[in-house]
Design a protein around this ligand. Structure first.
Ligand code: F6R
Length: 617
């Protein structure tokens, strides 16, 4: 969480930084700040609230010149959201300024030592401690003589534990910016005599397509227009590995929609096409994933799979679980990344781990992959953000290719994740007993998904009407069976995070084992009940709710008239294969969450207390 941006070059830093913060606001938005190096001193502007407020505040205070600056948008970890806790943080002597994404775990012990030396602290943050540690080391570096800022940063980092991506400036060395990272991301854009640094490539792409990704334990020193890389242990990296960005600017804009979330919901026909593009090999009833082929032997021998992810990503994994078991006969366990890291792994030989993450930066998931690698598991990533930490750490990877997802609530990445799970299940199935014709049958249906989603989106207005009707409720159940149990959990998550309505996602069969006691006229349920193998069971669940006075919205298959008189409201999705129904069911549930949030006047793209990329454990 938190986004960092830096600029050093021949132009004015302010516009690059403020625009960059807007692009990174999805990473945290409880306060924001900018430090500019102007005429040998730092001007620091910081404010509780959104980047727009910072912009107004700073503009009313000064002319914002300066060709060097660093900026930050915060998701609070240490200390409440406030002006004082906002970054950047200055050191006591005003020589050092720093922005930081991550957590310094041993900051309290360092703070104690610094207080003993007379340092004073204005904030509750771990970051201000690091700023002062760097200043202290810089001042007293070598035989009481000042040392260069890059060396001071390096020595300071050798003393800290935790996760960080930091940008550091010293007023004594105006031509130098230091970047370092462990566990949090940092990308460096190389322009023409200028450098752009950010937590991800989105603030960089409109300035340059050439980027270098910093690896864990590395630092970049930009000095007098030159970039060099070394490790915190002081080993120089000679090869810069310059990557070329493919993201287009239009993909980062709202394209006429009032919110990113609505745009991204409506992107789904296209994003699903992009997910499957070039990957379907119809004549073989199979799929092709360039990034995994070299591990075909290992995939063929796989005897057990663990899928890990957090939030929405894990719910997509619950769909993968059924698909792998049905099409490939591989036993699957779906686990929170956060928990996998801390349990005793007894996977045995031929076990694999699939990590699923839109951002590719989720710390809980990333740590679980590291653990899996220690345990010698084959690791595969399903990731959207190209070049992200997870994409780089796994043995093999499959990209979603849905383009940037900006709204905090995941939508187009979710449908793509579920689709990739089914496609991967076909791939693993075809290595085993899945016949070519069965593979072809599923792939033909997969190819129709974009059209099916288009037809659902045509009726978005009906969901808007439902949103008006149901916005008054304080509680909601989302229920489903088999493939749609995970989809129900995702529907509930979407509603709660966007609309702040308490919602529980639950396997519909589980209802009668306890949760049903909550049902009354004020506790409606949305039941995902397509006409599939679970339909009869779902009909009973609906009756059980109705018998207790609960309202029911049913999400069922087009043409099914049977539930019209039973349910209070019905939403239709096109008929497809059972394993693909969650992909269609997601869409109306996303719309419902979106429209209720809009009705309630919530900040849809940036719901309170959240951040899109959760880079702390
Ligand atoms: C909910 C949502 C989150 C994320 C979760 C994992 O709409 O987006 O629950 O799914 O934080 O994020 P990624 O997929 O980036 O690892």
């Amino acid at each position: 969480m938190c986004g960092i941006v830096g600029y050093i070059g021949k132009n004015t830093a302010w516009p690059v930084l403020i625009k960059g913060l807007e692009r990174l606001e999805y990473r945290g938005y409880d306060s924001a700040g900018i430090a500019l190096l102007e005429g040998g001193t730092f001007s620091v502007y910081k404010k509780k609230g959104r980047v727009a407020e910072l912009s107004k505040f700073a503009k009313s205070h000064n002319e914002l010149s300066g060709g060097v600056g660093i900026a930050h948008t915060r998701w609070a970890t240490h200390g409440v959201p406030s002006d004082a806790n906002a970054h950047p943080h200055l050191s006591n002597g005003g020589d050092i300024v720093i922005v930081h994404n991550g957590i310094i775990e041993n900051y309290l012990s360092i703070k104690k030592v610094l207080i003993g030396k007379g340092y004073k602290f204005k904030s509750d943050t771990d970051t201000e401690v690091l700023a002062n540690l760097i200043e202290d080391i810089k001042k007293n570096g070598s035989a009481g003589r000042q040392i260069p800022i890059d060396e001071a940063v390096r020595l300071a980092l050798a003393e800290v534990t935790g996760a960080y991506a930091i940008l550091v400036l010293s007023k004594d060395e105006p031509g130098t910016m230091v970047v370092a990272k462990v566990g949090s991301p940092a990308v460096i854009g190389i322009g023409n005599g200028e450098f752009f640094i950010a937590s991800d490539a989105t603030p960089i792409v409109e300035h340059t397509k050439k980027v270098v990704y910093l690896e864990d334990g590395e630092m970049a020193v930009i000095k007098d227009g030159k970039l060099s890389l070394k490790t915190i242990k002081n080993k120089v990296r000679k090869n810069l590995y310059v990557h070329t960005l493919k993201t287009k600017i239009e993909e980062l804009e709202k394209g006429g929609f009032p919110h990113f979330m609505l745009k991204e919901i409506f992107d789904q026909p296209e994003s699903l096409r992009n997910t499957m593009r070039g990957r379907i090999v119809m004549d073989k009833g199979n799929v092709k994933f360039g990034g995994v082929e070299k591990f075909n032997k290992e995939f063929k021998n796989l005897e057990h799979l663990t899928i890990i992810g957090m939030g929405t990503a894990r719910f997509s994994g619950l769909i993968g679980e059924y698909a792998f078991e049905e099409l490939a006969g591989i036993p699957v366990k779906v686990e929170y990344g956060s928990e996998f890291t801390y349990r005793s792994v007894a996977n045995g030989r031929h076990a694999g781990l699939i990590a699923i993450s839109q951002s590719g930066e989720t710390a809980d998931t990333l740590n679980a992959i590291k653990k899996a690698k220690e345990e010698k598991l084959l690791t595969l990533g399903i990731v959207n953000v190209i070049g992200s930490s997870i994409a780089r750490v796994v043995d093999a990877g499959i990209y979603n290719h849905v383009g940037p997802e900006t709204a905090v609530a995941s939508t187009k990445a979710t449908t793509s994740q579920a689709l990739l799970f089914v496609m991967l299940a076909i791939y693993l199935g075809r290595m085993r007993d899945l016949s070519k014709s069965d593979g072809q049958k599923i792939l033909k249906e997969i190819q129709k998904l974009p059209e099916y989603v288009e037809s659902i989106l045509k009726h978005a207005n009906l969901i808007k009407k439902l949103a008006k009707k149901y916005k008054k409720y304080k509680n909601f159940f989302f229920l489903g069976r088999k493939y749609n149990a995970g989809a129900a959990m995702e529907g509930a998550l979407k509603l709660k995070e966007c609309s702040y309505i308490h919602a529980e996602g639950c396997n519909a069969a589980e209802l009668k084992h306890g949760p049903i006691s909550l049902i009354d006229k004020d506790f409606p349920s949305l039941v995902i009940a397509p006409t599939d193998s679970m339909y009869e069971k779902n009909k009973s669940h609906i009756q059980e709710i109705k018998a207790r006075g609960g309202k029911v919205i049913v999400l069922t298959t087009e043409g099914n008239k049977e539930l019209k008189n039973v349910a209070d409201d019905v939403i239709y999705i096109p008929k497809t294969l059972e394993m693909l129904t969650p992909i269609l069911a997601f869409v109306p549930m996303q719309l419902l969450a979106y429209y209720i949030a809009v009705e309630k006047g919530n900040d849809v793209d940036k719901p309170r207390n959240l951040a899109k990329s959760v880079t702390v454990e």
